[in-house]
Design a protein around this ligand. Structure first.
Ligand code: SAM
Length: 230
């Protein structure tokens, strides 16, 4: 079995039952998602992609705010996609794909997107650096990549940090260190700028990478860094 297939199987095992209570239960601890959605500044008829869209909760909110936008989402878990399909009812194009090998052209017939979001997805991807590079490769000229995820917990008491990390580990979630460095590296590569900040005493982190009007303009093929699934 490939690494990707094994990870998909793990995600399906985690979410097969969890997906029924996901939106309600995650409301209280996946903080910063609505802030990310509020900061999208999407253009009418623009394309918006959610990497690791889960139950489709974010795409449904984006659809309400941006009725003209063309929406796309993919996830590794078929189980999560069952919920997303029900929630979005055809409003977004959805597909099963791995964030680390995603190819927009092959999956949706779209090589680049105006806005790409990754919300609490990187902390579940062992290959998160490649996923970020792959997303950056799929940005349209002048586009932006928006992400929110668990932070380093530096502003919280040590015992809270320890408790949170061991609880998250039960769901195969690991807060990622170095997201801001990877974003800055990608911004240099794509001629862009980065905004990165800690939210809620570093419980969460929020980042936006905006690329220049020339970025990825020759794009026709879209997979991640040559480093593979790291
Ligand atoms: C915590 S959920 C976040 C869902 C949604 N973005 C949100 O904010 O509610 C993490 C999602 O990442 C997906 N995922 C994990 N690894 C992935 C990968 N390599 N490629 C695509 N999706 C992945 C999981 O299946 C799950 O739906």
């Amino acid at each position: 079995m490939t690494e990707s297939a094994a990870h998909a199987e793990l995600m399906n095992r985690i979410y097969r039952h969890q997906r029924w209570i996901y939106n309600l239960s995650r409301k209280f601890f996946l903080l910063g998602r609505d802030r990310l959605i509020g900061g999208l500044d999407a253009q009418p008829n623009g394309t918006i992609l959610e990497v690791a869209c889960g139950t489709g909760r974010n795409l449904a909110k984006i659809a309400d705010r941006h009725p003209d936008a063309r929406l796309y989402g993919f996830d590794l878990s078929d189980e999560m996609l069952k919920s997303a399909r029900r929630a979005l009812n055809g409003r977004a194009e959805l597909a099963q794909a791995d964030a680390c090998t995603f190819d927009g052209k092959a999956t949706f017939g779209v090589a680049t997107f105006d806005r790409i979001i990754i919300s609490y997805g990187l902390s579940m991807m062992p290959c998160w650096r490649t996923a970020l590079a792959t997303a950056a490769n799929h940005l349209s000229p002048g586009g932006s990549l928006h992400l929110v995820d668990f932070g380093g917990q530096t502003g919280l008491p040590r015992w809270v940090d320890r408790l949170l990390r061991s609880w998250l580990a039960m769901f195969h979630v690991s807060p990622r260190e170095g997201i801001s460095d990877v974003l800055r590296h990608l911004a240099v590569k794509h001629g862009g700028t980065v905004e990165h900040k800690e939210l809620y005493r570093d419980y969460a982190q929020y980042g936006v990478m905006r690329v220049g009007k020339q970025a990825n303009s020759q794009q026709n093929c879209c997979t991640g860094s040559p480093g593979g699934r790291s």
